[in-house]
Write a protein of this length. Structure first.
Length: 337
């Protein structure tokens, strides 16, 4: 069934694809793209990544330019709805609307005789970029990568990186009436986190200020038990080399807790095109995971990051329509280059 960009966005939003559960949305896109691939003598692959999770790759000719974004969303899932101005629902702007706009742009390019471009939709961006890392190990010759994330249709000049840690403290259980007989892991964790919050973080003229988020804290057994274990998960948005901050995390937690690094994505400076409105974004994308395997990266897409990951997630219909034209124009310009 051929859908317009609004119908396709809603159909995609209504398929729950929280990270790890991308199978069904991938199968939907494989089936949806099959007629377009057959009609215009292209190729279509479902490339396994992990278990039943797979990247979707559609190509027409030799791919000089690749339009790419991710298939997964953050929790919790909630279905689509529509009003006069917006499409609402989990993934509406991050990134189901972007997928729909890229597919519509590809369809119009093909109808106008364009060749030598591709679509690549990957799993796992919201957690560990596992799909982009897999794609980086299997490049297809693309020289330019147009990555889709919510930028309000402005071309991003750069994006921050990310440094994630799991910080674990251990102690000794005791009755809370006799705390001197135990050792509170929670107290040790809180001291470590306080020291971490006191670390001065760098600033960059383009990317702005580095920031720390303590996103998860867990531990303890009961209010009347001295805690023998406690854990926190932290994320620092990087604007510079991770080395000094990594060292500072070690110093802040030393003697109190163990800090295990689970993810490090560097900040990136991105390519531009003359005549396009620009912005800078504070979030992290799949672009560092791709490296240079899929070509010079660009970052642009409809929707605002300020409503992504929220209960008010939505994307403006006007921006979805604009994005179709933007993606077409960028592909043509890069093919000509």
């Amino acid at each position: 069934m051929d859908m317009d960009v609004f119908q396709l966005t809603r159909a995609l939003v209504d398929i729950e694809s929280i990270t790890g559960n991308e199978k069904n949305v991938g199968l939907f896109l494989y089936e949806y793209l099959s007629p377009l691939v057959s009609l215009h003598q292209g190729s279509l692959e479902r490339i396994p990544v992990e278990g039943e999770r797979a990247n979707i790759f559609a190509c027409w000719g030799e791919p000089v330019v690749t339009l790419s974004t991710h298939l997964d969303t953050v929790p919790p899932f909630f279905p689509s709805r529509e009003d006069g101005d917006h499409i609402w629902g989990r993934g509406a702007c991050d990134v189901k609307g972007i997928i729909a706009a890229m597919i519509q742009a590809a369809q119009r390019l093909l109808e106008q005789g364009a060749r030598n471009f591709a679509l690549l939709f990957v799993v796992g961006e919201e957690r560990n970029s596992i799909g982009a890392l897999a794609a980086a190990r299997s490049p297809r010759g693309s020289r330019f990568l147009i990555n889709g994330e919510p930028t309000e249709n402005k071309l991003a000049l750069g994006s921050k990186g990310a440094l994630r840690h799991e910080i674990t403290a251990t102690g000794r259980m005791a009755h809370s009436a006799y705390p001197e007989l135990g050792e509170s892991a929670i107290d040790k964790l809180l001291d470590a986190l306080a020291a971490l919050r006191a670390v001065p973080l760098p600033e960059d003229p383009l990317l702005g200020r580095s920031t720390l988020n303590i996103g998860v804290i867990s531990g303890g057994r009961a209010p009347n038990v001295i805690a023998d274990s406690a854990k926190a998960e932290t994320l620092i948005r990087l604007v510079d080399d991770a080395g000094p901050i990594r060292e500072a995390v070690g110093v802040a937690t030393r003697g109190l807790a163990e800090a295990v690094e689970v993810l490090c994505i560097p900040p990136v400076r991105l390519a531009t095109l003359d005549g396009m409105e620009t912005t800078v974004v504070s979030y992290t994308t799949d672009i560092p995971a791709f490296g240079d395997a899929w070509g010079t990266p660009f970052l642009i897409g409809p929707g605002s990051i300020h409503v992504a990951h929220t209960a008010e997630e939505r994307t403006p219909k006007r921006q979805l329509v604009e994005a179709i034209d933007i993606y077409q124009s960028m592909v043509r310009r890069l093919l000509a280059a």
